[in-house]
Each structure stands twice: as C-alpha cells, then as structure tokens.
Design a protein around this ligand. Sequence first.
Ligand SMILES: Nc1ccn([C@@H]2O[C@H](COP(=O)(O)OP(=O)(O)OP(=O)(O)O)[C@@H](O)[C@H]2O)c(=O)n1
Ligand SMILES: C[C@](O)(CO)[C@H](O)COP(=O)(O)O
Length: 241
Amino acid sequence: MPRPGQAWAIVPAAGYGTRFGGGLPKQYVEVAGMPLIAHALEALLSHPGVRGAMVALSADDPHWPGWDEIAGKPVLRCAGGESRADSVLAGLQALPEEVRADEFVLVHDAARPNLRHDDLGALLERGRNDPVGAILAAPVRDTLKRAGDDGGIDGTEPRERLWRALTPQLFRRLQLTRALEAARDAGIAVTDDAMAMERQGMRPLLVEGDEENFKITTPADLERFRFVLAQRGQDVRVGGG
Ligand SMILES: Nc1ccn([C@@H]2O[C@H](COP(=O)(O)OP(=O)(O)OP(=O)(O)O)[C@@H](O)[C@H]2O)c(=O)n1
Ligand SMILES: C[C@](O)(CO)[C@H](O)COP(=O)(O)O
C-alpha cells in the first residue's frame, strides 16, 4: 500500500556488460539463487521509503523474468537507451503520472546488488533536506596514480576531497530530467546523474555509503560479491557467469 513520502526508483538495466564478458548480460547472472538485478531490486523495494521501481531494459530483453512486483511493490518496465543516461531519462519519462515534477526519485544501478538499508535511509533523509538532492559516495582511500601511455606512472593525483560516486542518487524528477536532456543536447556523455546536475551549476550532497555497495563491472567483482554473501552466511548456489 503506497505511503506518503515514498520515492519511486529508476533502475537502469539495459546494459550489455561488455567489461564483464560472457553471453549473459551481467545483471542476469545468478548468485545465491537470484539474478543480480533481483538482489538490487529486493534491496531497494524492501525499504519502507521506496514506492516502486521503473526498470529500463534493453528493447525486447529476452532475459527479464517478467516480475510485476518484488517485496510487495510494483515493478514497471520501459525501454532503455544507448547510454546509461538515456536509460535513466527513459525511466524518468515513463514514471506513473502520480509522480509529481518536484518529487524526489532514486536512480540505482541494477549492477549494484549490495545496497544497505541504513545507507538508503540516510540518503533519503539527508537528500530530501537538501535543496538539490544527494548521492551515496565513498571517500577515496588509496593513492591515485595517472598512467602514461607506456604503462609507467605519469604522476600522483591529490586524493584529498576525492570521493567515488555510488548509487542510489536522489534528485527531483523534473530537475533531473532537464539536466539529462541538457547534457544530451550538448553532446556530453554524463557517467552518473549527479554529473548532469553539476553541469547545471548544482551541488548535490555527498552521503557516505558503505564500500560494499560496489558495482559489478568485471568477473572479479562478482567473486567479491559471492564472498560478501558467503561471509553473511547466505547459501551461495552459484549459477552461470
Ligand atoms: N545503455 C545502458 C548502459 C548501461 N545501463 C545500466 O547502467 C548500469 C551501470 O552501467 P555499467 O556498469 O557500465 O553496465 P554495462 O553498460 O552493462 O557495462 P559495460 O560498460 O561493461 O558494457 C547498469 O545497471 C547497466 O545495465 C543502462 O541501463 N543502459
Ligand atoms: C553511476 C555510477 O555507478 C556511479 O559510479 C557509474 O558512473 C556508472 O558507470 P558505468 O560505466 O555506466 O558503469
């Protein structure tokens, strides 16, 4: 049952997992008996602050299991686009009419299966009290090197005040739509939603999130996720991938 203040989530899931490899798009690789996208959706939709999800899929995605709801919440679908930003924009435009222009919406990668409820709660609480919105992020803790063409080190980048952007990212529906449209029209490939907002001169809030909310990009990331689940004592019946 919808509750006041719940936020819709847009889940971009129309990627092909090129860096992951294999025949199956990585969001459908099974871990602990569920495709990765199910872990991501379950973590989102089981939180009381989330109303439902709009999943942006590749057109005619043959792998989508066809869920209409998860954790008792509606799961809607739309066709994604050529880029992640295009897919997010498609999701924003496909949201139900009930979602007002000034309402906050979450954007969360299908490839991030390990979102914690306390992080999501902090993002919703603090992001809603920010004039622009907020993103989950993690401070850079390693020394950063810039690589030369020959594989040698060209230099060390100052890491003070550097953070890695995670998801979910929380913005108002119309503001994010306009920012993504502006970036698209300017031919700028934004790699996250905050970048589109920054281009408009806005400064989203950084909310520190857990390092375990990492994105599954390569097979090594999948092994890390399996290890994390094993550590949590979950049965890891590994499928393909
Ligand atoms: N045209 C695209 C490209 C990506 N995504 C989604 O955006 C998220 C983050 O993208 P990434 O990790 O890069 O996934 P892929 O694009 O599938 O990976 P790769 O770049 O290795 O092909 C993923 O959930 C992916 O499905 C999307 O919805 N539409
Ligand atoms: C949105 C994101 O997950 C934030 O770190 C990241 O930018 C996605 O990048 P990708 O190359 O589309 O995976």
